[in-house]
Design a protein around this ligand. Structure first.
Ligand SMILES: Nc1ncnc2c1ncn2[C@@H]1O[C@H](COP(=O)(O)OP(=O)(O)OP(=O)(O)O)[C@@H](O)[C@H]1O
Length: 399
């Protein structure tokens, strides 16, 4: 049975853009623009997307560092945004954050005892056996020597500092850890150790993780479910295997196709993706990029003025903009797609408003997506905010 520990419903976080003498709000940065997702107890939800897509903003809102503009956040079914003061305090205990940079997130003037014990002081908690003993236990839990508790952050390596950060996050026995790029500042050799530690802690303590990362390889390793974010919205969400092996949204396909592979001659297979690699004379000029990678042109549009309809349509390699991509209405069969893609075309759909992407259970409760590939009962269904891709998949299955 699925057991959501965290549910996010239509969450919005806009930052005002101020101008003029009176600093009036003239526009808004739509950092998070209607996000819905669900994190099940004891599981890890990976959150991926390009820089600026809104991942950190979402993470900060979930741990209560920032207030959302609108929307709902439910922890164990309780709407935490409308809690009493005591309720908010409890939320701060239930949802903790592991920060990206263990070099800047630890106060260099505080000893490890003070850093890890700080949450006790803030919340006025005196653990049984005393704070010093509790800190020692936490250090042991994360694989550090309790005898080093009086040392300062600069006396530890990057990986050890991140362990200190994890120990601090665990001090109040949270239910959820929001991990914002927790290993991206670490050497590759150390990343694995920290990931393994997080997995062990999850198994031991039943923790649930929202794991924000750029590195799709790391997310594939640790996440049970994956959400893909673009320009403040989730564009695809589903079980890890579905998203990685049968990505449906063109943006996800592009992200996955750009994952470096050791052998540049290896052709990556992406669902129906035309080969648009940066090649010269048929040979990839970038040894880290596989032939077959989908290169997204340009930067993401500004979150101050995102495109109408699907926010990705201005960079979408599937968007039906070519003249030959017009539907053949004279034929009785499905309209023709782009030459060579074998894909059915759904005209103008990218311009139409994309409804909020709501994660579904796969057990027939309302709103289970009709697209094929719906996950079995009690798993997060695979949902994708691209009608065009959905139509394509449906057509392929029919064919
Ligand atoms: N305090 C703020 N005031 C105004 N705009 C902000 C603020 N914080 C973030 N933004 C903007 O919101 C958008 C999303 O930023 P965010 O840092 O959440 O993205 P991200 O996906 O986490 O990127 P990265 O991976 O680089 O951290 C960006 O356009 C960013 O400039």
């Amino acid at each position: 049975m699925t057991d959501p520990v965290l549910e996010v419903r239509d969450l919005v976080k806009h930052y005002p853009v101020r101008n003029g003498l009176f600093r009036r709000s003239v526009a808004a940065v739509k950092a998070v623009d209607g996000v819905s997702l669900r994190l099940d107890r004891g599981r890890t939800l990976g959150l991926v997307g390009e820089s600026g897509s809104g991942k950190s903003t979402l993470a900060r809102v979930l741990v209560g560092i920032e207030k959302p503009t609108s929307g709902q956040v439910l922890v164990d079914g309780e709407d935490v945004l409308h809690l009493s003061r005591a309720g908010r305090k409890q939320l701060r205990r239930d949802v903790q954050m592991v920060f990206q940079d263990p070099y800047t997130s630890l106060n260099p003037r505080m000893s490890v005892t003070e850093i890890v014990g700080e949450p006790f002081a803030i919340h006025g908690i005196d653990p049984a056996g005393g704070r010093r003993a509790a800190v020692g236990e936490l250090l042991e839990l994360v694989g550090l020597d309790p005898d080093h508790a009086n040392r300062y952050p600069h006396q530890f390596s990057g990986g050890q500092r991140q362990r200190v950060g994890i120990a601090r996050a665990l001090a109040l026995r949270p239910k959820i850890l929001v991990c914002d790029e927790p290993v991206s500042a670490l050497d590759v050799s150390v990343q694995g150790q920290v990931i393994n530690l997080l997995e062990d802690l999850q198994a031991e303590l039943g923790l649930s993780y929202l794991f924000v990362a750029h590195d799709l390889g790391v997310v594939r390793h640790i996440a049970h479910d994956v959400a893909v974010m673009y320009l403040g919205r989730i564009v695809e969400l589903g079980p890890e295997g579905d998203v990685y092996d049968a990505a449906q949204h063109p943006y996800t396909q592009a992200l996955l196709s750009a994952v470096p592979v050791p052998d540049p001659s290896v052709r990556l297979v992406t669902t129906g993706a035309p080969v648009t690699t940066p090649v010269e004379g048929g040979v990839s000029t970038d040894p880290t990029r596989a032939v077959g990678a989908i290169v997204l042109e340009g930067d993401p549009p500004s979150p101050v003025d995102p495109p109408s309809g699907c926010p990705f349509h201005t960079r979408c390699w599937l968007a039906p903009t070519l003249p030959e991509a017009q539907p053949d209405t004279s034929a009785s069969g499905p309209p023709a797609g782009r030459p060579g893609t074998g894909l059915r075309l759904v005209p103008t759909v990218c311009e139409t408003e994309v409804p909020a992407l709501v994660p579904r259970h796969g057990d027939g409760r309302p709103g289970v997506p009709e697209a094929p590939g719906t996950a079995p009962a009690d798993e997060a269904a695979h949902v994708v905010a691209c009608h065009f891709a959905r139509e394509l998949v449906a057509h392929r299955v029919e064919a």
